[in-house]
Design a protein around this ligand. Structure first.
Ligand SMILES: CC(C)(COP(=O)(O)OP(=O)(O)OC[C@H]1O[C@@H](n2cnc3c(N)ncnc32)[C@H](O)[C@@H]1OP(=O)(O)O)[C@@H](O)C(=O)NCCC(=O)NCCS
Length: 160
C-alpha cells in the first residue's frame, strides 16, 4: 500500500542524488498511512522499535522513518497528523525512551517546530559490510521518557 507513494516521492533517479543513496535501511514494523479514495496512500510514517545503546547502555528507541506526503497533497497537515499518531503510538505502548529520526537540513524546521532536538553525538549502525559510523543524515530525538542529546548511539541494526 505504501510502495506507490514511496515510488512517487523517491524514484530511483531522485534517491541517487540524495545523501543517503546506497544505504541499506530497515523495514518499518508499523506504518501510519493517510489514505484517500481513489488516490490511495497520500502520506506515510514508518515506526521502528529498537533496543539501541547509548554510551554502551541499553535504551529503547522508537524509530521514525519514511515520513513522506505526495507532492500534490502537501501543506494540508497530513504529515503532522501521521507523525502525531506515531508518537502517540510509541507513548501509549510505553515501548520507547525516545523517538528518533534522521532528517535532511531542509526539513529541520518541520521537526524543530514539533519538539524534536538535534542529537549532537555519534551514531553507529549495521550495513552489509559490518558496523559503520552513520553520518549521511543528522539525527533528531524526541523525548518520551528521557532522551540523551550527546554521546554515542549504536542503532544495533540497520538504520531507518
Ligand atoms: C516533509 C513532508 C513530509 C511534509 O509533509 P506535509 O504533509 O506537507 O506536512 P504538513 O502539511 O503536516 O506540514 C507542512 C507545513 O504545512 C503547514 N500546513 C499544515 N496544514 C496546512 C494547511 N491546511 N494550509 C497551509 N499550510 C499548512 C504546516 O504548518 C507545516 O508548516 P510548518 O512546518 O512551518 O508548521 C513533505 O514535504 C515531504 O514528503 N517531503 C519529501 C520527503 C521528505 O523529505 N521527507 C522527510 C524525510 S525526514
Amino acid at each position: 500500500m505504501a510502495k506507490p507513494l514511496f515510488d512517487a516521492v523517491w524514484p530511483p533517479e531522485v534517491v541517487a542524488k540524495l545523501p543517503w543513496a546506497g544505504i541499506v535501511f530497515a523495514h518499518a514494523e508499523l506504518r501510519i498511512l493517510v489514505q484517500a479514495e481513489p488516490e490511495g496512500a497520500l502520506c506515510h510514517v514508518g515506526i521502528y522499535r529498537r533496543e539501541v545503546t547509548w554510551n554502551g547502555r541499553k535504551m529503547r528507541a522508537g524509530g521514525i522513518g519514511g515520513v513522506l506526503t505526495r507532492e500534490d497533497f502537501r501543506r494540508r497537515g497530513y504529515a503532522s497528523i501521521a507523525l502525531d499518531a506515531a508518537i502517540r503510538t510509541l507513548r501509549d505502548e510505553g515501548s520507547a525512551d525516545f523517538a528518533m529520526l534522521f532528517c535532511e537540513p531542509h526539513n529541520v524546521p518541520f521537526y524543530a517546530g514539533r519538539g524534536w532536538k538535534p542529537f549532537d553525538g555519534e551514531i553507529y549502525c549495521q550495513q552489509p559490510e559490518g558496523r559503520v559510523r552513520f553520518t549521511a543524515i543528522p539525527p533528531y530525538l524526541y523525548s518520551l521518557k528521557r532522551a540523551p542529546l550527546k554521546g554515542v548511539i549504536d542503532l544495533c541494526g540497520l538504520p531507518w
